[in-house]
Design a protein around this ligand. Structure first.
Ligand code: PLP
Length: 350
């Protein structure tokens, strides 16, 4: 412990090194040269009028890839999920969702605030899935005292865990048996199918609606797409306008999304490999869990802030605080940073 604190003191004297990598999230990824060229060259129109060719193309390309009838380009994953929930549920109805899933924990209870919809949390299993018996038990009987359970909201990946199709199918089956619709928060949909080595339609086909983020590991600056049945997406378009998400010449953004789908999907497996390597390097020094592009590391001693300062001195930004430290691998983490990381873990702890 003393040695660690001395090392911490030593890092304080290192002047601000240029930032080599930022591991706090894959949302920090920036558009690269090719993506910027695609954005600059995008032919645009007014998307609220349905006249932006890039937006129309992005919506139909993704719908086709995922085997859904229609798509809707929206500014954020939060808005995409919110619109889906508002389309599935009326006031006084209820959504079952994993505790700690983004919809339940990180979206400011938007469905409750704006839709009068109850969010009921189910504790996830260690593999991040929702147990079918927990879903069945949470569905409320038809009784005037109760909200009407309407929707199951799943998440894949969750905390980096890719939930296997067979496991997810059991959750979906429990929901269907109770007459619920199913939404998938697929913010990292392409990380999930990369890890599961399945076709996009195998995962998307299990659910009614799916939300996919373009601005995480795929590297676009902005945007998500909600996919689902044509009639639902038509209603979603009105919600998007009402929520202030109708954008005009959004083709510059959709062009980035199209570029990301063409260039940044196949490389996601590299992020997963880098995350596994980082998890190996950290394993001797605390408890580690890793799935897809995420590593969660809880040091044996609470040295979070010292560790953050040490890595910052080496040009690598991680979160401090307490509890498990999340480290996210992505396309803007250069190989040099991955080598430095493995090396500096030893330097810091030994
Ligand atoms: C990031 C994220 C979202 C939504 O993201 P925005 O920041 O609103 O674009 C939704 N679900 C999950 C699981 C996420 O990680």
């Amino acid at each position: 412990m003393g040695a660690m604190m001395n090392q911490y003191a030593a890092t304080q004297t290192i002047p601000n090194a240029p930032l080599l990598a930022d591991l706090r999230s894959d949302t920090v990824t920036r558009p690269d040269e090719g993506m910027r060229r695609a954005m600059a060259a995008a032919e645009v129109g007014d998307d609220v009028y349905g006249e932006d060719p890039q937006v129309n193309r992005l919506e139909s390309v993704l719908a086709e890839r995922l085997g859904k009838e229609s798509g809707l380009f929206v500014p954020s994953g939060t808005q995409s999920n919110l619109i889906a929930l508002l389309c599935h549920c009326q006031r006084g109805e209820e959504i079952l969702v994993g505790r700690g899933y983004h919809v339940q924990y990180y979206e400011a209870a938007g469905a409750s605030v704006l839709g009068g919809i109850a969010l009921t949390a189910i504790d996830p299993q260690p593999n991040a899935s929702l147990a079918p018996e927990d879903i069945t038990a949470a569905v409320r009987p038809d009784d005037v005292h109760f909200a009407v359970t309407r929707l199951l909201s799943l998440e894949n990946t969750h905390d980096g865990h890719a939930i296997p199709l067979g496991v997810m199918q059991l959750s979906v089956d429990a929901a269907r048996a109770a007459g619920l619709a199913v939404h998938l928060d697929g913010a990292r949909f392409f990380n999930a199918i990369t890890e599961l080595a399945c076709d996009p339609q195998d995962l998307a086909g299990m659910v009614d609606t799916v939300s996919v983020c373009l601005s995480k590991g795929l590297g676009a600056p902005v945007g998500s797409v909600l996919l689902g049945p044509r009639d639902l997406i038509t209603r979603a378009r009105r919600w998007r306008k009402m929520l202030g998400g109708g954008m005009r010449q959004a083709g510059v953004l959709a062009a980035a999304g199209l570029y990301a789908l063409d260039h940044n999907v196949d490389r996601l497996s590299q992020d997963h490999q880098a995350a596994a390597a980082l998890a190996d390097a950290l394993a001797p020094y605390g408890s580690v869990s890793q799935g897809t592009n995420m590593v969660f590391f809880e040091p044996v001693q609470p040295v979070h802030d010292a560790m953050r300062a040490h890595f910052e001195g080496q040009g690598i930004r991680i979160a401090g605080g307490y509890g498990p430290i999340r480290m996210v691998l992505h396309k803007d983490v250069p190989p040099l940073a991955i080598a430095t990381l493995a090396d500096q873990v030893g330097q810091f702890f030994d």
